[in-house]
Design a protein around this ligand. Sequence first.
Ligand code: 13P
Ligand code: SF4
Length: 317
Amino acid sequence: VVPDAAWAEEVRALARQRDAVLLAHNYQLPEIQDIADHTGDSLALSRIAAESSASTIVFCGVHFMAETAKILSPDKTVLIPDARAGCSLADSITADQLRAWKAEHPGAVVVSYVNTTADVKAETDICCTSSNAVDVVRSIPADREVLFLPDQFLGAHVRRETGRDNIHVWAGECHVHAGINGPELADRAAAFPDADLFIHPECGCATSALYLAGEGTVPAEQVKILSTGDMVKAARSTSATSVLVATEVGMLHQLRKAAPEIDFRAVNDRASCPYMKMITPAALLRSLRENADEVHVDAETARRARGAVQRMIEIGT
Ligand code: 13P
Ligand code: SF4
């Protein structure tokens, strides 16, 4: 399948027939981002999915995102163009592991990143995304212990920003972001000393970026730890003429559209998420033609997870 004008026309026509809204995460292939009704980060897309009046949501992203949309809108049909599009971070903790961890910390508030399965969300008090994780933890009384999962780097970021020492962090990671490492970032920053650094908090190199700022190698105001949606906002407001981007490479497409005059470069151009890239033009077309793959969440699991996801979409901007 070539993503040409005929493909775009068929996708649009089928979406209309099915009363479907097409959502695409910022890490999707450029042609998928361009055909979608909305592109955005995990939080923005969850909010759009919850508010949409369309009867079908086609989620061009990974499975936990489509599952989150289904939890929020159980009466809608939620499709993902390829149900095998998982997430190594979501796979880093199971509901059994979380139950055992909770038993070790009775009374602790459980904060789960949206990159988790529905079963894990059902054991959670509040979900968060990278754009509101700090606000979510700040909403919890300071004397309550917090279990933060599953991403260790986002957890470290939340600990730094809130200054709280009663946050226990699960040792999970996303293999794509963990692979963007500190030495690589330091080399790139040395080659482009005037560039802003846009760093996703899931990155292994986030601590190194703050270290570079702390020792004065990079001016502190050039180092920005941001969710993918906040990167787009920052691209529109920065005065920098070049930006080094530490996240999945699909992000460069929205950044270049938002600020064509800026030179955006990946810190690691091999940082491509194999799951996000399973949503091909052919998979999207098949999804709309066959009404597949439909995402189901068991009603009881969805009921138990819904409160945590709803709190997530209410907190932060
Ligand atoms: P955000 O788009 O919320 O920043 O999430 C990044 C991510 O890794 C999603 O898989
Ligand atoms: Fe999961 Fe990482 Fe891919 Fe995001 S980039 S979907 S966290 S594996």
